[in-house]
Write a protein that binds this ligand. Structure first.
Ligand code: DGL
Length: 254
C-alpha cells in the first residue's frame, strides 16, 4: 500500500464525529476512512484534561497500529482542546483538529451577539478562551454549554418535539439576544435543521466541519498524501458495542 492509498483515521466520543465523516467522504470520495466512536467513554465534555489526553492517545495508537492510517482527524472539539498539542508532538503523521467556527460568525455579525453551543471542556479550555478573547471586545460571545444535546444525538434524535424542547433548554433563555449561533460540538451539527426550525430560519448558524475537511485536504495535498481513486471505503468502529455502530451508520446515511 502506498502512503496515499492508506486510510485516514477519524475519532470522536460518538455520533458527532459521523457528521465530520460525512463531510469528509463527500469532499474526498477517493479517500478511505476508519472512524472510531468512543461510546464506552462518552461524554468527553465533562472529563478531565488528563483523561481526555489518555483516551485520545490510546485511540491514535490503535488507529496507527491496527489500520496504518496516514493522518488522523479529531472530529471532536473537546478532544482537540484537550489533546491536540500532545498528539502532534507524539505522532509523526498529520493530526487535524477542530475548533468552534467563531471567526466567520464574528466576521459576519461584528458588534452583535454570537452564541457558542459546545461542551463544558471546550468552553472552559485555554484554546477557546484565547479565541473568544480575540473577539469578545467587539462582539458579545455567549458561552452555552449543552450536555443535554450530546445525549439527544447519541440516541439518534435529531428532529421533532423532543429535539426542539432540548434546544430551548440549551439556549438558556438567550435565544432572542442572538445574532448568530456557532455549533461548537460535532454532535450538534446533526441538530442544525432542528435549530433552524427553532429559529424559524432567521438565525445564522455556523459549524466547523467544512473548514476542518478543507484543512485536511490542504495538508494531504501538501504532503503528497491525497488519494486519486478509485472510490475509498468507510469503516465504522465503536467501543460501546454493535448497536452504536448501527446507530452511526443510520446517522451517516441521513
Ligand atoms: N462531539 C464532541 C465535541 O465535538 C463531544 C461530545 C461529548 O461530550 O462527548 O466536542
Amino acid at each position: 500500500m502506498t502512503n496515499s492509498t492508506k486510510p485516514i483515521g477519524i475519532f470522536d466520543s460518538g455520533m458527532g464525529g459521523i457528521s465530520v465523516l460525512k463531510e469528509a467522504k463527500k469532499m474526498l470520495p477517493f479517500e478511505s476512512f476508519v472512524f472510531f466512536g468512543d461510546g464506552k467513554n462518552i461524554p468527553y465534555g465533562t472529563k478531565s484534561i488528563n483523561e481526555l489526553i489518555k483516551l485520545s492517545d490510546d485511540i491514535c495508537t490503535m488507529l496507527i497500529e491496527e489500520y496504518d492510517v496516514k493522518a488522523i482527524v479529531i472530529a471532536c472539539n473537546t478532544a482537540t482542546s484537550a489533546a491536540v498539542s500532545y498528539l502532534r508532538k507524539k505522532y509523526e503523521i498529520p493530526i487535524i483538529g477542530m475548533e468552534p467556527a467563531l471567526k466567520p460568525a464574528v466576521k459576519d455579525h461584528y458588534g452583535g451577539t454570537v452564541g457558542v453551543l459546545a461542551t463544558e471542556v471546550t468552553l472552559r479550555e485555554e484554546k477557546f478562551q484565547k479565541l473568544s478573547a480575540l473577539y469578545n471586545v467587539s462582539t458579545t460571545v455567549l458561552e452555552l454549554p449543552a450536555p443535554n444535546l450530546v445525549y439527544l444525538v447519541e440516541r439518534g434524535i435529531v428532529d421533532g418535539d423532543e429535539a426542539l424542547k432540548e434546544i430551548q433548554v440549551a439556549l438558556r433563555g438567550e435565544a432572542s439576544r442572538l445574532d448568530a449561533l456557532v455549533l461548537g460540538c460535532t454532535h450538534f451539527v446533526f441538530l442544525r435543521e432542528a435549530i433552524n426550525t427553532f429559529f424559524e430560519g432567521k438565525l445564522a448558524i455556523y459549524d466547523g466541519n467544512l473548514g476542518t475537511i478543507n484543512n485536511l485536504k490542504r495538508i494531504l495535498e501538501a504532503q503528497a498524501l491525497l488519494a486519486s481513486g478509485p472510490e475509498g471505503f468507510v469503516k465504522i468502529l465503536n467501543s460501546g458495542g454493535d448497536h452504536l455502530v448501527e446507530q452511526s451508520w443510520k446517522l451517516y446515511r441521513l
